[in-house]
Design a protein around this ligand. Sequence first.
Ligand SMILES: C[S@@+](CC[C@H](N)C(=O)[O-])C[C@H]1O[C@@H](n2cnc3c(N)ncnc32)[C@H](O)[C@@H]1O
Length: 234
Amino acid sequence: MVGKMLYLRTDAGAEAAKQAAMQQQQALIEAGAQVVPADPAQKYHGAVAAGYEARRVGKPKWEAEQQIIETVLAQLPAGTVILDAPVGTGRFIPYYASKGFAVRGMDISEEMIVQAVEKVPAELKTAIIDGEQQFMFGIGDVRKSSIGDGAVDVAVNCRITRWLSLDDCRLMFKEMMRIARKMIIMTVRTGGGNARPVHEFNTLAAASARPWTLAEDHRCSEDDYRVLVFRDMA
Ligand SMILES: C[S@@+](CC[C@H](N)C(=O)[O-])C[C@H]1O[C@@H](n2cnc3c(N)ncnc32)[C@H](O)[C@@H]1O
C-alpha cells in the first residue's frame, strides 16, 4: 500500500515560515473563524514531527482519546485488520500489538510514519497474519488512497478532521466507508470555529450504498470534542 511521496522537503527558513503561518492559522481558528488549513500536509515534519508526542502525552484530550478508542477496540478479536489513518507517531501501535491486530498505518508524512514503525515490538516486526505482514505502513492521503474496497475491518481516524476542509472531511469519510468493512472510529470537534458537525457524517452514512450507522458518540475531554463510532449494519 506504499504510495508515492506527496510532500516536498524544505530548507530551515521555509520550515520556520511554514510554522509561523500554521500558528497564525491556529490563532484564527481559536478566535472562532472558519479557516481551511492552508497546507495541512506540510505541517508534520522536522521539529513538529520529532516533538509531537512529548507535547501531548498526559494531556486530558490525549488521555481521553486513548482510553475511549482502546475501549471501543477492546471488543474486537485478534486478527482484526485495522487501518490507522493518519497513523501519526503510532500512538495506538502498542495497543494493537497487545491485541494481536493486523495493522495498516497510513500518513501523508514520512517522518511521522518513521516514529510509528519504531513502536512495533521487535518480536512482531516480521510477524505474519493470514499470509500478510502483521504491521504495514505507507504514505498516503486519507481523502483518496490506493487501498482496496473493504480491505480492512476497522478504520481509525484520530485527530485529522481539523486539518481538512469540511469538503475534504466528507471525502475522507466516504473513503473510509469504502475501505472499512465493519467500523469507523473518528474524532471530531463539533462546535466552535471549524466545527465538523455530526450530522454531516450521518448524512453521508445514510446515503451510502452500504448501511453505515452512528453506533456510539463519546464525549472526549470536552463536550464539543467527540469520538464517533460508525458501524456497517449489514
Ligand atoms: C494531529 S496528527 C494525528 C496523528 C495521530 N492520528 C494521533 O492521533 O496522534 C495529524 C496527522 O495527519 C497527517 N495528515 C495531514 N493531512 C493528511 C492527509 N490528507 N492524509 C493523510 N495524513 C494526513 C499529518 O501528517 C499528521 O501525522
